[in-house]
Write a protein that binds this ligand. Structure first.
Ligand code: PMP
Length: 410
């Protein structure tokens, strides 16, 4: 945080640092990772489900057999081999050559997070407006705030972002004389809300953005983690112009690799590469080789299936526990994929204020306030089901329900 009397550097920081505040979520992780705490706060995939011995063997060969390339610098855009594989991965969800997807237009990034930062870098001037779902991904808020942009939230319901509310938000921004540059959206298994934009709304949202001249930044880390049939095709599979598609191997393989990507309109791809080179020179050659080899030689589709099955069971455990144990007046979303449930507390409860009591009761969650640029959302919480076991999930909900009952009795 800037502005504290303990910080001698306050007067020297760049203006953009004023928007940089510690994320509530990161601060929580230290407490939530204590073993006695059941953490429903994280967003970590269950990487223990990977075939760790086989992955380890594959990784060791990357250095011994291919050291001169895997330990060397590479090109800013990322290796062609990986970009080709990424196109194969995207084709599974309908983003294929038919809709103009090509390795030429893929930029490999250091996770989905750098992909977001690059888009912000090339499009956002201070004071620009970004439209985003309310609530939205906390890491995107950090990027937009660092770019000194203003986030205007657009409400969602169980079917994703509400098209009429999007139209209204666009009109209001225009009336105030500001410029909305893009809609940032996580249409599938949204973080944190767990909801998915319906087929019908996908077309409407694209039409609205096209009419308003608004770019679409589609963030899709979770689309392949569907539990009940396939997810609707991404926005990018429906429209090529003006849509940026961002994804990552963090949830389908391993976040420790820090490899993600952007599929960009052809004209923009070069700017993204130049911006990335200024930031990181090039993505890790070693991590790229690891992902390329993983996709080429290991049963990654089977692994994806394994993740889906584990998460489906954990989602069911969480939904069952919520139905059995939560106090009356609590509601929650029922995600068909991804990692998160969004719960709405009974009237009068404040998830942020309740947090110290929850930690004392050895359960952690993320208060809804972390997912809004304006600090609203205290009546909500995000619950993660990918990491804790089904038994721990139920125990966590039991503890949480106990804390809520006490609050309600106060
Ligand atoms: N976008 C969303 C919506 C996310 O949930 C995450 C990770 N939690 C990211 C981007 C960043 O992913 P990565 O770990 O690949 O940087």
């Amino acid at each position: 945080m800037t502005g504290t009397t303990l910080d001698d550097y306050t007067d020297r920081y760049a203006r953009r640092v004023r928007g940089m505040t510690a994320s509530e979520i990161r601060a929580l992780f230290a407490v939530a990772s204590r073993p006695e705490v059941v953490s429903l706060a994280g967003g970590a995939p269950y990487v223990a489900a990977l075939p760790l011995d086989a992955v380890g063997e594959m990784l060791s060969r990357l250095a011994t057999d291919h050291g001169p390339t895997t330990l060397q610098y590479g090109i800013g855009q990322g290796t062609l081999e990986l970009r080709e594989r990424i196109c194969e991965v995207m084709a599974l969800s309908g983003i294929d050559v038919g809709c103009g997807a090509s390795p030429e237009d893929v930029v490999v990034t250091v996770g989905g997070q750098q992909a977001l930062d690059l888009v912000a870098r090339i499009f956002l001037d201070p004071g620009d407006v970004v439209l985003a779902e309310g609530p939205t991904y906390v890491g995107a808020l950090g990027v937009f705030q660092a770019a000194q942009a203003q986030v205007v939230h657009v409400p969602m319901d169980g079917d994703g972002i509400v098209p009429e509310a999007l139209e209204q938000a666009i009109a209001e921004v225009a009336r105030s004389g500001r410029r909305a540059k893009f809609l940032y959206t996580i249409p599938t298994f949204q973080n944190p809300a767990g909801v998915t934009l319906t087929e019908e709304r996908r077309e409407r949202v694209l039409d609205i953005c096209e009419r308003a001249g608004l770019l679409v930044v589609e963030d899709d880390p979770y689309g392949q983690l569907s539990f009940d049939g396939d997810a609707p095709a991404p926005l990018r599979a429906r429209r090529r112009d003006g849509v940026f598609y961002l994804s990552t191997f963090s949830k389908t393989f391993a976040p420790g690799m820090r490899v993600g990507w952007i599929l960009a309109p052809h004209a923009v791809r070069e700017k993204l590469v130049i911006a990335s080179e200024a930031q990181i020179l090039c993505p890790s050659a070693y991590a790229q080789a690891a992902i390329t080899t993983y996709l080429a030689t290991m049963p990654w589709r089977e692994q994806l299936k394994a993740y889906r099955e584990i998460y489906r069971e954990r989602r069911d455990a969480l939904l069952d526990a919520l139905a059995d144990l939560m106090p009356a007046g609590t509601t929650w979303t029922e995600p068909k994929g991804g990692l998160f449930v969004w719960a709405t507390l009974p009237q009068g409860l404040d998830a942020k204020a309740m947090m110290p009591r929850a930690i004392a009761a050895r359960v952690a969650y993320v208060p809804g306030t972390g997912f809004y640029a304006d600090g609203t959302g205290a009546g909500h919480m995000r619950l993660n089901f990918s990491f804790p076991s089904p038994e721990r999930i139920r125990e966590g909900v039991r503890r949480l329900a106990g804390v809520m009952e006490q609050e309600l009795a106060m």
